[in-house]
Design a protein around this ligand. Structure first.
Ligand code: GAR
Length: 202
């Protein structure tokens, strides 16, 4: 089966949804969870699920993205991933990393790209008065939050929503969209899939 590495920086809830999806007849399996933040909550969650973990701290390489990415590439090369899922991995990447793994990297972003690349997506959607929000899974290319679309899920914006309330609604959909896209990607499928909260209710 295909080998999947998952890159995180924080709580790792998307990582958990990916790991827990890779059971039974799934065409892939998790071989590594890697964090650039030493104390990231997701590391314990990965270990608790029997997945090997690694930390590549970016801070000793302050201001030198290539040095950080050299170390990242070395650790990943040992894991020999066929697919790398970025799941709340909060580093800007350069061609030093992106070219090494071209065609194998997925990312989830909490907006309906091409709207709101970058940070604070939910506050920006509310500020703009949008009636819907959502999340996007795309292939990673050198341009931030801009690679080919693999999947998108929409949720309504409700009256009085705070950024935190909207983030929670979107995150639930992230946990459905990302595993669905990963399974298809592992099967060689590149056509995007679309979900909305109405069609994804459990
Ligand atoms: C998720 O909402 C993810 O879409 C977002 O960070 C959160 C990570 O949560 N990613 C980005 O903003 C990437 N720029 P998690 O650690 O619980 O999966």
């Amino acid at each position: 089966s295909l080998r999947v590495a998952i890159l995180i920086s924080g709580s790792g809830s998307n990582m958990v949804s990916l790991v827990e999806s890779m059971t039974g007849d799934h065409p892939a399996r998790p071989v590594l969870v890697l964090s650039n933040v030493p104390g990231a909550g997701g590391l314990d969650k990965a270990r608790a699920r029997g997945v090997q973990t690694a930390v590549v701290d970016h801070r000793p390489h302050k201001g030198d993205r290539e040095a950080f990415e050299t170390e990242l590439n070395t650790v990943l090369e040992e894991a020999r991933p066929d697919i790398i899922c970025h799941a709340g991995f909060m580093r800007i990447l350069t061609p030093h990393y992106v070219d090494r793994w071209a065609g194998r990297m997925l990312n989830i972003h909490p907006s309906l790209l091409p709207k709101y690349p970058g940070l604070n997506t939910h506050a920006r959607a509310l500020e703009a008065g949008d009636s819907e929000a959502g999340c996007t899974v795309h292939e990673v290319t050198a341009e931030l939050d801009a690679g080919p679309l693999l999947g998108q899920a929409r949720v309504p914006v409700l009256p009085g929503d705070t950024p935190a309330q909207l983030a929670a609604r979107v995150l639930k959909m992230e946990h459905k969209l990302y595993p669905a896209v990963l399974r298809r990607f592992a099967q060689g499928e590149r056509a995007p899939i679309y979900m909305s909260q109405e069609t994804a209710e459990d």
